[in-house]
Design a protein around this ligand. Structure first.
Ligand code: NDP
Length: 335
């Protein structure tokens, strides 16, 4: 077994706060094998997701101090005596907390770990370490929260963002009509290039009126709304009879409590899913990761990946939260 350094660089949240300045780049003790089922991964790449903002701001509950990060890829550095499926040196990509770190500890009971080929290049390892959260969100939601059908009209908010890009491509692939919404002409062009049939700039257009026009008064079959507070009413107004409202994020703030009888006017189904709930069993994990990466490897799903040094995280988070980014950001972990 390789001996691990005593200290480990991490991005640590000690107290919640609006500003990224509450975050600390610091060193903590490197995790150790304390159970026979533990696995320690030396991370190489860690994907940046909007969820880190919710933990930092205290919108989602978090135990402090907490190392940020939800996904990564790297190399197994140590295993407990009972770990059968992984050995030191294996390349892996995984979902778990505390991945903005040189070393993270997971457990072999976590089925959300992919063993990757030994020959995998660093460029591919980078994709595996940054496509899991957003790719699986998109791929599971359009099958399980609403099974998108050919010919349907589907409204996608933040269409040039991380999850949004995946959604546009996957919904288009199903033969449905994507109505993409974003805040700038540049973002809408990205969505169009990925297959969106209609685009709406919600900074200067009336989204519900435009949807009404596009769908000839029928409304959309489903809306995928990650923006939350600011867009809830517009999403509801844009849905057609028997439509499905998939509310899956709070980029503008959390949606206020809803009087449930508001859904009856159009027989709306509402869902507030999270990706972990659709990848909760090994079979689900295997099915959806296989589908996701086969589409990425064949080029059916196009990825816009931006690499940033670990030390640039605060800038990346600030840009992401102030709507300046498109695509996906991935941190390069110091080796
Ligand atoms: P994005 O790349 O989509 O970035 C967020 C985008 O939201 C912005 O680019 C912006 O696009 C839009 N936005 C609208 N209003 C605001 C606002 N007030 N502040 C900031 N952004 C705003 O991020 P991700 O792909 O990482 O995540 C997208 C959303 O999906 C997040 O809300 C995230 O929490 C959620 N999510 C949920 C999951 C789940 O399991 N439920 C899993 C993964 C992600 P524009 O400028 O075009 O409006």
């Amino acid at each position: 077994m390789t001996s691990l350094p005593k200290k480990n660089q991490v991005i640590l949240l000690e107290q919640t706060g609006e500003s990224v300045d509450v975050l600390k780049f610091t060193e903590v003790d490197t995790p150790e094998i304390t159970s026979p089922h533990d696995i320690i991964v030396k991370n190489k790449f860690a994907g940046v997701n909007f969820i880190e903002a919710y933990f930092r701001k205290g919108i989602y509950p978090v135990e402090l101090p907490s190392v940020l990060g939800r996904e990564a890829s790297g190399v197994v550095a140590a295993v407990g005596t009972e770990v059968k499926n992984f050995k030191v040196g294996d390349k892996v990509a995984y979902l778990s907390g505390a991945t903005f770190a040189q070393y993270s500890k997971i457990n072999d009971s976590n089925h959300r770990v992919l063993k990757l080929p030994e020959s995998l290049s660093d460029d591919s390892l980078k994709i595996y370490g940054s496509a899991l959260v957003q790719g699986l969100t998109a791929i599971t939601f359009i099958s399980e929260a609403h099974n998108v059908q050919k010919g349907e009209y589907v409204l996608v908010w933040a269409a040039a963002g991380g999850v949004g890009r995946f959604l546009v491509q996957l919904i288009k692939e199903r033969g449905a009509h994507v109505i993409a919404v974003a805040s700038s002409a540049e973002k809408l062009q990205i969505a169009k290039d990925l297959g969106a049939e209609y685009t709406i700039n919600y900074t200067n257009e009336d989204v519900a009126a435009k949807v009404n026009e596009i769908t000839k008064g029928e409304g959309v079959a489903a809306v995928l709304d990650s923006v939350g507070k600011d867009t809830f009413e517009t999403s509801l107004a844009s849905l057609g009879r028997k439509g499905t409202f998939i509310s899956y994020g709070n980029s503008s703030g959390t949606v206020p409590p809803l009087a449930i009888n508001r859904l009856s006017a159009k027989n709306i189904t509402i869902s507030r899913p999270q990706v972990f709930g659709y990848t909760a069993t090994p079979a689900e994990w295997e099915k959806y990761t296989r589908e996701l990466f086969s589409k990425i490897e064949t080029g059916a799903l196009k990825i816009e990946l931006h690499s940033a040094p670990f030390s640039d995280y605060k800038k990346v988070a600030t840009d992401l939260e102030s709507r300046k980014t498109t695509g996906k950001y991935v941190l390069e972990i110091p080796q």
